[in-house]
Design a protein around this ligand. Structure first.
Ligand SMILES: Nc1ncnc2c1ncn2[C@@H]1O[C@H](COP(=O)(O)OP(=O)(O)OP(=O)(O)O)[C@@H](O)[C@H]1O
Ligand SMILES: [Mg+2]
Length: 349
């Protein structure tokens, strides 16, 4: 049951959209998938369940009996006299086999405490159960729905929750957008990820965390690659303004990210990339702007590639064009899902 984190501390680079779309596609291919909303903004929960505002989210929590990522963690964070159990995941409407572990606005209340627990200082004895609790909860919940894959959506930022979730995942995908900020983000990830890896190595070797009720696992993280998304196409290819940033991102990966990941043992063996058609830019997929399909996708709570002819709300050549575009996205997400399945079943040891 590989756990795949989709992370970039840069905001608005299609992390949430990709968790939903890739999760849906994997489920469409017959896998059972748990998508986890660890972002206190709860965008994934809102996207999947179609909530427009805080009120709707609030009444959903009531119906759910408060079952969210936060309630799941409460036994550890609030020292309750019971152990962490699986959260009741929600089956995503319209896509059997796809399950959501709902997010929670109040998860951010745990951020500071987790940060203290992760400093690996003298304070750790009292907080020893916290660093391992997130991965314990996610794997319990994944087991409860017999998930074959877990995809974790994260908030933008370099806080303790993200550090924890990235380092306790098996794989990492870096969603990016074709602009200068993504190039800068790749550069800072080249510095941050090796630092996080050293921290995780240290944490997992400390007896106080190894002997905790929820032991902090040994880091196994491997980076699968990047997804560059939301470019404007011209005649099927990225328009030149976007191509420039796609090329610059690829250079940043080749020159700075790959060497630093290699040094930290965060890459798969090179054959795993080559055999799956991933070149030295580590790019897994290049996905255009969804354009007019995005509003239909939001309206029908369905990825653009899975919209039916009726949902496209068009006739004649407009419908034909929309169908053509949908089918192209379907093919791209299908190829991405195949790569992810193949790369995550590669033997690393
Ligand atoms: N390929 C695409 N085409 C058009 N719009 C897109 C595409 N991908 C994402 N978007 C839109 O871009 C916005 C940002 O996407 P999304 O919320 O997935 O990013 P994010 O990285 O999760 O953001 P955050 O960092 O705030 O969590 C959303 O409005 C989403 O609908
Ligand atoms: Mg998001």
């Amino acid at each position: 049951m590989p756990q795949i984190a989709l992370f970039n501390h840069k905001g608005g680079v299609s992390k949430t959209t990709t968790v939903f779309n890739l999760g849906w596609m994997l489920a469409e291919k017959g896998h059972r998938v748990l998508i986890v909303d660890s972002d206190p903004q709860c965008n994934l929960t809102g996207m999947v369940l179609g909530f427009k505002g805080a009120d709707e989210l609030e009444s959903f929590y009531e119906q759910q009996g408060g079952n969210t990522i936060r309630s799941g963690l409460a036994p550890a964070f609030e020292a309750q006299p019971k152990s962490i159990e699986a959260v009741q995941a929600v089956e995503v409407p319209g896509r059997p086999g796809l399950f959501l572990l709902p997010g929670d606005l109040r998860l951010s209340e745990y951020e500071v405490t987790l940060g203290i627990a992760q400093e690996l200082s003298a304070a750790i004895q009292a907080l020893q159960n916290l660093p391992g609790s997130l991965s314990f909860l996610i794997s319990k919940t994944a087991q409860s729905v017999s998930a074959d894959f877990v995809l974790v959506d994260m908030s933008p930022g370099l806080g303790p929750i993200n550090q924890n979730l990235v380092m306790t995942s098996d794989y990492l995908i870096l969603p990016t957008s074709p602009d200068v900020f993504s190039v800068m983000a790749i550069d800072s990830l080249s510095r941050v990820l090796p630092r996080w890896k050293s921290w995780a190595n240290q944490a997992s070797s400390m007896p106080v965390l190894r002997d905790a009720a929820y032991p902090f696992p040994e880091p196994k993280l491997r980076v699968l690659g990047t997804i560059v998304q939301k470019f404007r196409p011209r005649k099927g290819l990225p328009a030149s303004a976007f191509q420039r940033w796609i090329d610059e991102s690829a250079n940043a990966v080749r020159q700075r990210l790959t060497p630093s990941l290699q040094g930290a043992g965060l890459l798969l063996p090179s054959e795993a990339y080559v055999e799956n058609g991933v070149d030295d830019s580590l790019n897994l997929a290049l996905i255009a702007d969804f354009n007019s399909l995005i509003s239909r996708s939001q309206e029908f709570l369905t990825p653009v590639f899975a919209l039916t002819a009726e949902q496209l709300l068009a006739v004649g050549t407009v419908l034909e064009n929309a169908e053509e575009s949908r089918d192209a996205f379907h093919q791209q997400f299908s190829a991405l899902a195949d790569k992810v399945v193949s790369m995550t079943t590669t033997e690393v040891e």
